[in-house]
Design a binder for this molecule. Sequence first.
Ligand SMILES: [Zn+2]
Length: 429
Amino acid sequence: MKEKRQTNRTFRLLLLTLGLIASVIAIFYVMSDDDVLTIKPLALNVRTKPGTEHPVIAQVHRNTNVIVLDEKNGWYHIELADKTSGWVAGWLAKDGLSGPVTELPAVITEDEVLLRENPADKGKKLTTLKKNDTVTVVLEKNGWARIIADNVFGWVPSHTLTPSEKGIPTPEKQTPLYVNTAELVVRTNPDLESRGFLTLKYGEQVAFAKKTKDWFEVTVADGRSGYVRPWAVSQSKLTEDSYYGIVPMAEYTVVLDAGHGGNDPGSETNNGTVVEKEVTLSTAQAVQAELVSYGFNVIMTRDTDTYIDLADIAAVSNQANADAFISFHFDSYDVPNAVSGTTTYYYHDRDIDLAHTINKFIKSTLPLENRGTEYADYQVLRDNRRPAVLLELGYMNSDYDASIIVKDSYQEKVAKAVRKGLIHYFNGG
Ligand SMILES: [Zn+2]
């Protein structure tokens, strides 16, 4: 009897201890870093669903703690302090070096900060900023912030500033404001649940009326008034130059596919010295460098001389839920030197807009004849569930084309054309 009671006590003690350990583990689990995320970029867009095609409902700033509820295609489902939830680009939240900033008031946090012409430690110095100076951030890219200070554009390391607690300043009545997101819904009330009666596109203009809570009341072109979020409009006019310079592309995922590779060389030049797989890779890498410098999230199907099964190429795009997929190729024709020029191919109807937009810039930027956009049944396009195009950027077996397409200068022009095309495409241009 005595012995049994002792056993019972020991057993209860054991249970209690186990219970305690379990609770401690549970608490640690709930509190673990995996679930609580501290936002590192200066700003992140919070969207209704995982993907840039879904509307922005809020922005979160650096050092905000959010709870991660779920993950999908690299996007995090987060809950904010006020219990609203939405999706942010996970790769931006994680690396913390780039963000889709539009016009964010920020304060310099270090004694002396040099404003530079370019995002580099050796960039030309424009002026010196002092602690507590207020500036406007328009873009954050690779750890640098592009800012406006006293009407001068320049770059500072983004760790030298912090979002201003005062928030976005209230403009004077009738001040023109320009839409700085791809699409902006104007609502009947200062409330996300209220009806949107108009959708404006990037660069369109409204007039400021008054500030109500976290919303701006604005007047639209036909005289009606409605409500927009302050961070979705800019006071500075978006010129063609600023359009390419400050449009925040950080949330957009682009998959680049260098055609052929490994034991599949593709076509070759008439003298047999250059094979297609080499030119597609160096061209795709030039485009990659250009897009990364504009803050895009770029995924390469290959960046070495390897063969990738055709069936696996579109899968990369589908898996990443890419905003655009671009495959790079160079053409060949039965008769050498008979044909010259570039062609942009699409397969699905949803690809046509992307094809036309990119081709417009290929036509205006590249020295070769533009053969237009065309339908073609390529597997990398057919299997793609995301907007996809295949670029044939010149004929390998045209001596004239071959002498041009191997040059760095040509591939850099391709990179610029693709970058401009994508920015226009994503902004509904
Ligand atoms: Zn090819």
